[in-house]
Structure formats: structure tokens, C-alpha cells
Write a protein that binds this ligand. Structure first.
Ligand code: GDP
Length: 323
């Protein structure tokens, strides 16, 4: 089954990010010896010449493209230019350079927000482009949809094996805890923790608390990426030219923001009041992925939401103490 030699030259683009760093950790744990990485300072993925020079010199055989401009609902709303421009540049440069330099396999990471706002649930891969997108993250979503289309084009026209993985909301080690740009879970961990140590002050949660979100621990996503990349049969069938090369990776269950705050409060030990600020946007009402395709291949999530929140909180406390 394994099509990935331990000495294969695997380029993890975006290894400093939450997803890329989890993939790098797991590749190293699994004994891959030739993992290639570059920091943003060493290689600007928005710069095509630099990307070409890197590929010519290092000759990666496989690529996991986890580099992207990402952020929560507020960041997406505030910086539409960066979200559409940087993502288009990074993915265009890396995917085309991959082809030009003979890279056979590439994993492109997207997000569940590529699906229509009012999508039928749970969301199957073929629901892509069946309705209007959620406006708060449309620039990001449109860029990612273009990336999927690119993967498909190279598969069709050039027989490449470029696969787009669509994860649900991810959280875990190396998450972003900046309240202006983070996603909901790290924001809630930080808010509940700070409120607790300040004498159980009230916590303000954005929106109505009604939207539903599915959350997956980042190590589970990393495992899914390597699992797929290493499976010859799966890669061949998922990237066959006749269909969109896209596969969902999720937890399989969702919960409301209200329930999520309750869970985070329990883990953190926050017992104060919770206020919902309905002036702030709710975003998509629900985006639960159908994970039938990947579970049929033999992958399933291992880390429960409570365990994942506990791990994340411990990691958050550690970084607080060592800041
Ligand atoms: P989304 O999944 O793309 O909508 O991104 P987020 O993770 O940023 O937000 C998910 C949901 O959590 C939205 O309904 C937000 O309004 C809600 N939410 C509640 N409190 C917060 C918070 O403090 N930060 C963020 N980012 N979202 C929050």
C-alpha cells in the first residue's frame, strides 16, 4: 500500500503554521528522513522566481502545500486583499512549479468554507459550487476553489496526482491565540482562561451562539494527509482525470458555539457569566462535512473534542509560562 519511501524528498510548504508543523512532526515521527522546509524569510512562496530556484535546487518529489493566508471570521472580513491575493499567488506558484519540475504528487490543503453557505448537510464533496458562498470568507474560499480547479487541470492535462484535502475547522498545537485574527476555539480558550485568572469575570462570545461548527484536532488532519499521500491506490483513484480531486477530512460531528463555550469553560475551569454579542457576525450557520469518502479508505479521527481541547489548553498554558 505504501507508495512513500522513507527517504522520499517531501516538501512541506508552510511548516511553521499549525497544520504544516503537525505534518512535519508526524513525518519525522514516522521516520521520513528527507523532509524539506523553508521559512517565509528563506523562501517567499509569492515570488515565482524564488519558488522555481528552490525546486530546481532541492528537487522535491512530493509536496504538501499547507502554506496559506488563514484566519478567523474577523480577519477574513478585514483583510480581503491578502486572503484572495496571497492564497492565489502561493498556490499558483507552488502547483505550477511542481508540474514544471516533475513533481508527481501534491496535497493541497483547503477548507470547508469553500462549500456553499446554505449547503445540504453533511456536506459531500460533490456539493462544491452548487450555491452562493458565505460572504465573510468569500475571498479565501474563491482562492481555494481556484486551487482545486488547478489540481484537477494538471491531473487532466498532464496526468499529475494533485489532491485537494478539505479539512473542517482545525485546532491544536501552534494555534493562533490573537483575538482579532484567531478562530473560535483558541479565542474561547484564551478568553475563558483570562477571565478565570481575573476573578471569573464575564466572557463575551461573538454572535448568537447558535451556529454549528465541526472541529478536528490538527494531529488527526496531519495523519490523514500522510495516510493519503502514502496510499498509491487512494491517490490514483482520487486524482483520476474524470472527477474533481477533492476529499473531506472532518470529525464527523458538530456542536453549537454555545455548547463549545460550555465545554471550554469546563476544561479551563471558568465558572463566570457568558455573554453573547449578537452584533458580531455568526458566519455560516452550519458546515458539517460528510467524511464517508475518507473513512471508507480506512482513516478516522482519533482525538475526541474534549481531549483535543485539554491538549490545546495545556499547550496554551505552556506558551504563557514560557513567553
Ligand atoms: P468560521 O468558522 O469561518 O465562521 O470562523 P470562526 O472560527 O472565526 O468563527 C466560528 C463561529 O464562532 C462564528 O459564528 C463566530 O461568530 C463565533 N465566535 C464566537 N466567539 C468568537 C471569538 O471570540 N472569535 C472568533 N473567531 N469567533 C467567535
Amino acid at each position: 500500500m505504501t507508495g512513500l519511501a522513507k527517504d522520499a524528498r517531501i516538501f512541506v510548504a508552510g511548516h511553521r503554521g499549525m497544520v504544516g508543523s503537525a505534518i512535519l512532526r508526524l513525518l519525522q515521527q514516522q521516520g521520513y528522513r528527507n523532509v524539506l522546509t523553508r521559512t517565509r524569510k528563506e523562501l517567499d512562496l509569492c515570488d515565482r522566481h524564488a519558488v522555481d530556484a528552490f525546486f530546481a535546487k532541492e528537487k522535491p518529489e512530493h509536496i504538501i502545500l499547507a502554506a496559506a493566508k488563514v484566519g478567523g471570521i474577523f480577519a477574513n472580513n478585514s483583510y480581503p486583499v491578502e486572503f484572495v491575493r496571497d492564497n492565489l499567488l502561493i498556490q499558483t506558484n507552488v502547483i505550477d512549479a511542481a508540474y514544471q519540475h516533475g513533481v508527481k504528487r501534491l496535497i493541497f490543503l483547503g477548507s470547508s468554507c469553500i462549500y456553499p453557505r446554505e449547503c445540504k448537510q453533511p456536506i459531500r464533496e460533490e456539493y462544491l459550487l452548487t450555491g452562493p458562498l458565505e460572504p465573510t470568507n468569500r475571498p479565501y474560499a474563491v482562492a481555494k476553489i481556484a486551487g482545486i480547479e488547478m489540481c484537477w487541470a494538471y491531473n487532466r492535462q498532464h496526468g499529475a496526482q494533485y489532491l485537494a484535502i478539505m479539512p473542517t475547522n482545525i485546532y491544536g498545537l501552534n494555534d493562533n491565540y490573537d483575538l482579532d485574527t484567531s478562530h473560535v476555539l483558541p479565542a474561547l480558550i484564551r478568553k475563558c482562561h483570562e477571565a478565570k485568572i481575573n476573578g471569573q469575570k464575564p466572557v463575551t462570545v461573538w454572535g448568537t451562539g447558535v451556529p454549528l461548527r465541526e472541529l478536528l484536532y490538527v494531529d488527526d488532519l496531519a495523519e490523514a494527509c500522510i495516510f493519503l499521500l502514502a496510499d498509491d491506490n487512494a491517490m490514483t483513484s482520487l486524482t483520476a482525470p474524470e472527477h474533481l480531486p477533492i476529499i473531506n477530512v472532518g470529525y464527523g460531528e458538530d456542536l453549537s458555539i454555545r455548547e463549545l463555550v460550555k465545554l471550554v469553560s469546563e476544561v479551563v475551569g471558568f465558572t463566570g457569566e457568558i455573554i453573547f454579542d449578537s452584533e458580531k457576525p455568526d458566519g455560516t450557520p452550519r458546515k458539517l462535512l460528510d467524511i464517508g469518502k475518507i473513512t471508507a479508505l480506512g482513516w478516522k479521527p482519533k482525538v475526541s473534542l474534549r481531549e483535543g481541547i485539554e491538549e490545546s489548553y495545556h499547550a496554551y498554558l505552556f506558551t504563557q509560562h514560557h513567553a
